[in-house]
Design a protein around this ligand. Structure first.
Ligand SMILES: [Fe+2]
Ligand SMILES: [Fe+2]
Length: 208
């Protein structure tokens, strides 16, 4: 899908939530470079617009998981609202908007010759605040209203991968968030499904 179409879909989905501050946050995302950033420097979607595509994939997976779980557990509707699923999934990786910078790397081609390859390097100099926690802070600072479950779903979206295993407090907070708020598990699983099913590339499979 072309970047412009993805951007339109993203903005439409986010506006559909009618959440206070949504227009301010869309403007800030534009300034931070969210709509053109890649999703990684070396792995999946390391291309312009990759972060936008990953965010949309995560949202689509999250809505599927949500709708599927509603069929199994209809009482979930009382605990998780559709707009919460949309907001947390679309915005979980906003922290990546300002960390990728264009660079040229030397890489060996198929016949072993070195050649220039355009790519991205990573720097955290703009706001070295971490990952999920950085997304939450950026969203709040840019005027978006968020409920506790949305903040926690974004904060803990990396699941066990994002926890400092030396921190008892981190482990307890993650576990408590998951038990209190089903949205935490929905976003975590959707992020994983997007990366491991929707975004796998042939090159990645070759390199295994
Ligand atoms: Fe992430
Ligand atoms: Fe992600």
């Amino acid at each position: 899908m072309a970047t412009n179409d993805m951007k339109e879909e993203f903005v439409e989905l986010l506006r559909s939530t009618e959440r206070e501050g949504v227009d301010d946050v869309i403007e800030s995302l534009e300034e931070m470079g969210f709509f053109t950033a890649p999703a990684s420097s070396n792995h999946h979607l390391n291309v312009e617009g990759g972060l936008l595509e990953h965010s949309l994939n995560t949202c689509k997976a999250a809505l599927m998981v949500y709708e599927g779980m509603l069929k199994l557990e209809p009482s979930l509707a009382k605990e998780v609202k559709r707009e919460g699923v949309i907001i947390a999934s679309l915005l979980h990786d906003v922290c990546k908007s300002d960390i990728y910078f264009r660079s040229v790397k030397k890489r060996k081609n198929a016949i072993g010759q070195w050649e220039d390859s355009e790519g991205y390097k990573v720097s955290y100099k703009n706001f070295p605040m971490g990952h999920g926690e950085k997304s939450v802070i950026l969203l709040l600072c840019n005027g978006l209203s968020l409920y506790d479950d949305e903040m926690l779903a974004i904060r803990w979206h990396m699941g066990a991968w994002g926890i400092n295993m030396n921190s008892f407090e981190d482990q307890r907070c993650y576990d408590t968030s998951r038990k209190l708020y089903p949205l935490v598990s929905i976003i975590q699983v959707a992020d994983g499904l997007a990366a491991s099913i929707m975004e796998r590339t042939g090159q990645e499979m070759d390199e295994l």
